[in-house]
Design a protein around this ligand. Structure first.
Ligand SMILES: [Zn+2]
Length: 267
């Protein structure tokens, strides 16, 4: 069984009712792979039945607030559960892939100044992603591909990544935030089965055209921007004209990767 749980589907807006900033988890065989960690993500996940002690790894696309606002709280909640004797994360270790180590050190500083000096019975290991396979276990392979959402640093470091995920025999691309749609040309040059694309910086029609040209069968919109927030009905109408199976994701939506359809939500 493999699902994508959308915890937050909003781009970096002011608070909007019913939507939280971007975060999703891939659930495979009772384990969880976390992609971006916008505000409130661990609480939403918990309310959706996710056992936070089964988080296997965390992948951050870039360290803007709408992608990391809930990261400190996620780690804090995991530690809290371990302290209450509820268990420990798999292999007593959580790898966190995060492009900007300054931001990471800031988050760790907040955690260390919180209760217990963030002394944990498990390891949290932070690492910068790269343009390579960065993670592999029995369920999933994850590849980093840098994109142009943020400029490269003076030290040649890329600060913004998309992720290619291989799971359940499928290739899933998570765009993160893009510089422009042309970034996707490189990222999906060999095609993919599911494209999870941000629309905070792009028009729905343009993403649909791109996906049709690349013959991508399933298109999921997240990190939804003003075009969708302001007139969701109109955006959905236009998706009906697309040749892809296209959905505008919403908070707490569950997409069944095995069956290629939206699953019943479990609130
Ligand atoms: Zn964003």
């Amino acid at each position: 069984m493999a699902n994508i749980l959308f915890l937050g589907t909003c781009s970096g807006t002011e608070p909007i009712e019913g939507m939280h900033h971007s975060s999703m988890v891939i659930e495979i065989n009772g384990l969880y792979y976390w992609f971006d960690a916008g505000e409130n993500c661990s609480r939403t996940a918990s309310e959706m039945g996710v056992n936070l002690l089964k988080v296997k790894s965390i992948f951050i696309s870039h360290t803007h607030m709408d992608h990391v606002g809930g990261l400190g709280n996620l780690l804090w909640n995991i530690r809290k559960l371990t302290r209450l004797g509820k268990g420990l994360p798999p292999e007593n270790k959580i790898p966190v892939f995060i492009p900007n180590m300054d931001s990471w050190n800031g988050i760790m500083s907040v955690l260390k100044n919180s209760e217990g000096n963030f002394v944990c019975d498990f390891e949290v290991v932070a690492e910068q992603p790269s343009d390579a396979m960065i993670y592999e276990d029995e369920n999933i392979k994850v590849y980093g591909v840098h994109n142009g959402h943020l400029p490269v640093t003076a030290y040649g470091e890329y600060l913004s990544y998309s992720y290619i995920i291989e799971a359940e025999g499928k290739k899933i691309v998570y765009s993160g935030d893009l510089g422009s749609l042309s970034d996707l040309e490189e990222i999906v040059k060999d095609g993919c089965d599911i494209l999870i694309c941000e629309t905070g910086h792009h028009k729905v029609d343009d993403v649909c055209c791109f996906s049709e040209r690349k013959q991508i069968p399933i298109l999921l919109f997240t990190h939804n921007g003003r075009e969708i927030i302001n007139d969701r009905q109109n955006a959905e109408k236009r998706l009906l004209e697309s040749h892809c199976q296209a959905h505008i994701c919403y908070d707490r939506m569950i997409f069944d990767i095995s069956k290629n359809c939206i699953a019943e939500s479990r609130e």
